[in-house]
Design a binder for this molecule. Structure first.
Ligand code: ADP
Length: 259
């Protein structure tokens, strides 16, 4: 294969993958892994071949959200073969670590591990690989965005100012390495109360929209707070698998995937 411009800059593409998208957040707990999981499923439902990689060494959660404790195996070429669930090829850096031992991997080792890891997976002919980055803008995140040839990044935030401040930092990190920001997904945008039918803006209103305008990037979607989103995550059966007529979140994820 011919070298691309980004190869010459020291970045490289990942074998078996056409397009790589990072899902990032400046802050933990805003629903980044929930968004990455549901987006991957919604993209697969739209007919694409999709992979999802949980890059969070310290707090991997994707396997749990997909309700699997299956472990990948190594093939004859010493590559790691992803497991497959809900139409998504799935891998977690956490798969390679012992479940019960705390992760004591120092920065430089974690960084090297991440670089190696991303190239050792036997992805099977993916249209798009979604990388669920660890929250924040530290060493590991920077290594990934510098060494993988990313086609774009999606930033997850809540409407709350403290989340937006950190989301801005994440945007800055991608801009520094010339990765296009595909847009912002605002999570926990509002709560539609089932008993009184009122909409409550629990974490504030319009933060994501305002930030997207300020940055000149699209607001890709707004995901409501739904008890079912959390329940589905806990049960290992993400909300995007539900009928979009019955869940505003499921509908929102499908609309985002269609973009
Ligand atoms: P992060 O990856 O940013 O740390 P998670 O995706 O792990 O965040 O989400 C944190 C918690 O919030 C999880 O228990 C998840 O199920 C829940 N959650 C995320 N988004 C929503 C939502 N829109 N509605 C209800 N619960 C949500």
């Amino acid at each position: 294969a011919g070298a691309t411009a980004s190869d010459k800059l020291g970045k490289s593409s990942i074998p078996g993958v056409k397009k790589i998208i990072a899902v990032a957040s400046g802050k933990g707990g805003v629903g980044k892994s929930t968004v990455a999981s549901n987006l991957a499923i919604a993209l697969a439902q739209s007919g694409l071949r999709v992979g999802l990689c949980d890059c969070d060494l310290y707090g991997p959660s994707i396997a749990h959200m997909f309700g699997t404790d299956e472990r990948p195996y190594q093939n004859d070429e010493q590559q790691i073969v992803p497991i497959e669930k809900y139409g998504v090829q799935l891998i977690s850096m956490g798969f390679l670590l012992d479940d019960n031992s705390p992760v004591i991997v120092r920065g430089p080792i974690a960084t090297r591990y991440t670089q190696q890891f991303l190239r050792q997976v036997a992805w099977d002919n993916l249209d798009v690989l979604v990388l669920d980055l660890p929250p924040g803008t530290g060493d590991i995140q920077l290594t990934i965005v510098q060494t993988v040839s990313l086609d774009g990044a999606v930033i997850v935030t809540t409407p709350q100012e403290v989340a937006l401040i950190d989301a801005r930092k994440a945007v800055g990190m991608f801009q520094k390495v010339n990765v296009p920001i595909m847009g912002i997904i605002e999570n926990m945008s509002y709560f539609l109360c089932p008993s009184d039918g009122q909409v409550y803006h629990i974490f504030g209103k319009g933060g994501g929209e305002h930030e997207a305008k300020r940055l000149g990037v699209p607001l890709l979607g707004q995901i409501p707070i739904e008890m079912h989103v959390r329940e589905c995550g806990d049960e290992g059966h993400p909300i995007a698998l539900e009928d979009p007529a019955k869940s505003a979140s499921s509908k929102a994820f499908r609309e985002i995937a269609a973009k």
